[in-house]
Design a protein around this ligand. Structure first.
Ligand code: SF4
Ligand code: SF4
Length: 399
């Protein structure tokens, strides 16, 4: 296994982390026996970073990990979980939720504790509720060892958050199609320049970069000098960045786990050849041809006075047309933009005021494109998913 160092505490973390958000399931519940075997096997092969969160598997992922890491496995790993901002209404809620998490995870401390899925509005709210004092006191009490945050907002907000606290680590969405989306390459480098470890989520964009590939992409991989799976290409591309510490993969298949561990071993920073990088540029360019709205995620159009999260709407709309799992995109649209995790920010809030159009360097007809987003993603099937999403992101954290 390859290990990378966390700059501020010197810990050596496996460059491949086990994400506990897509565990093996049986009859809609976690397959306890199989998922436990997979996690323990991954740890036996050197993985030492496990990431979970309150909403994963309807609140059961943390509880499952508490059991899966018995028999000495807890001591072999660094455990990461997250404070769910949508469940926090008061400063006291933060302590209460952390205590519940410790109990569910059957541990007396969380090694890496994150504020979950920050963007501008949740960050502002948490700051008003004194979240930084909470992190300080949880560290002083020994309940958490290292503080960080995961992020799904715009780059400007990312930098603001990075500069606001002595973070040990952060977690961003990053892959060869998200270089300019959310934190992007600029955010990755900014965090690393401040000695902040960067954990990567969605290296395969929810499976899109390794699942059913467009024919032209398949051909580019076939023509490449080196033969690898699409997942290996995409993961290698992320690991090739020296600023990356851990790449999280939500694994539930024995063959994929074995392949990812093997790929990780040789995936040192800067190890991709010039030919490899050319292959990746061709693949990225081919995917980009499928993009419907040429939004770069710069967020110059933000904030919208009526609350639309414009770049996020376009990211999801593009994902929908680029081969992502459409059910999943609808779920995310419902979750992030229709109020599942905070203030609603979906395309239907647009009042056509025109403010954003003047600010957009790409000259995108934003209100017109938002109408298409609304028609595509805001339909009945998404609306039917919203109660389910609300249940997943319930303000109540169950013991
Ligand atoms: S045109 Fe629509 S999206 Fe743009 S700023 Fe106005 S309300 Fe917001
Ligand atoms: S200003 Fe234009 S390119 Fe930038 S995020 Fe907004 S819509 Fe996208």
């Amino acid at each position: 296994m390859q290990y990378r160092q966390v700059p501020k505490n010197g810990e050596q973390l496996s460059a491949l982390g086990f994400g506990a958000m897509r565990l093996a399931t049986k009859r809609l519940s976690i397959d306890e026996e199989r998922a436990t075997r997979q996690i323990r096997d991954a740890i036996d092969h050197g993985i030492n970073y496990i990431d979970t969160a309150v909403p994963y598997h309807g609140g059961e992922s943390e509880r499952f990990l508490g059991r899966a890491l018995r028999d000495g496995y807890r001591e072999k790993v660094k455990l990461a979980t997250k404070l769910p901002p949508w469940s926090v209404k008061t400063r006291e809620d933060m302590d209460r939720i952390l205590d519940i998490q410790l109990k569910k995870l059957q541990t007396d401390h969380i090694d890496y504790y994150l504020l979950h899925s920050l963007e501008a509005s949740q960050w502002k709210r948490l700051i008003e509720l004194d979240v930084l004092e909470f992190l300080d006191s949880a560290k002083a009490a020994g309940k958490i060892r290292n503080a960080g945050f995961s992020f799904h907002g715009d780059r400007k907000t990312f930098k603001t958050i990075i500069d606001a606290y002595d973070w040990v680590f952060c977690q961003i969405q990053y892959n060869f199609l998200d270089e300019t989306n959310q934190a992007g390459t600029e955010g990755l480098r900014y965090a690393a320049s401040k000695n902040i470890a960067v954990m990567i989520m969605e290296p395969l964009r929810g499976g899109m970069l390794a699942g059913k590939l467009p024919d032209d992409v398949k051909q580019i991989y076939r023509d490449a000098g080196t033969k690898r799976s699409a997942a290996a290409w995409a993961l290698l591309w992320v690991w090739n960045h020296p600023e990356v510490t851990v790449v999280l993969s939500g694994m539930n298949d024995e063959n994929h786990i074995a392949e990812n561990i093997k790929t990780c071993e040789g995936a040192l920073p800067g190890s991709m050849t010039a030919d490899d990088l050319t292959t990746m540029e061709k693949v990225a360019a081919t995917y980009r041809k499928l993009i419907r709205v040429g939004c770069t995620g710069c967020a110059y159009c933000m904030p919208c006075p009526f609350g639309v999260n414009i770049p996020q709407c376009f990211t999801m709309y593009n994902d929908y047309h680029m081969g992502s799992n459409r059910m999943m995109v609808r779920g995310f649209y419902g979750m992030q933009l229709m109020g599942g995790m905070g203030t609603p920010a979906d395309a239907s809030l647009c009042r056509n005021c025109g403010k954003c159009v003047k600010a957009c360097p790409q000259k995108i007809a934003i209100p017109d494109e938002l109408k298409k987003v609304r028609r595509t993603l805001g339909g009945l099937s998404t609306k039917l998913m919203v109660p389910l999403v609300r249940l997943m992101f319930s303000p109540k954290v169950k013991e």
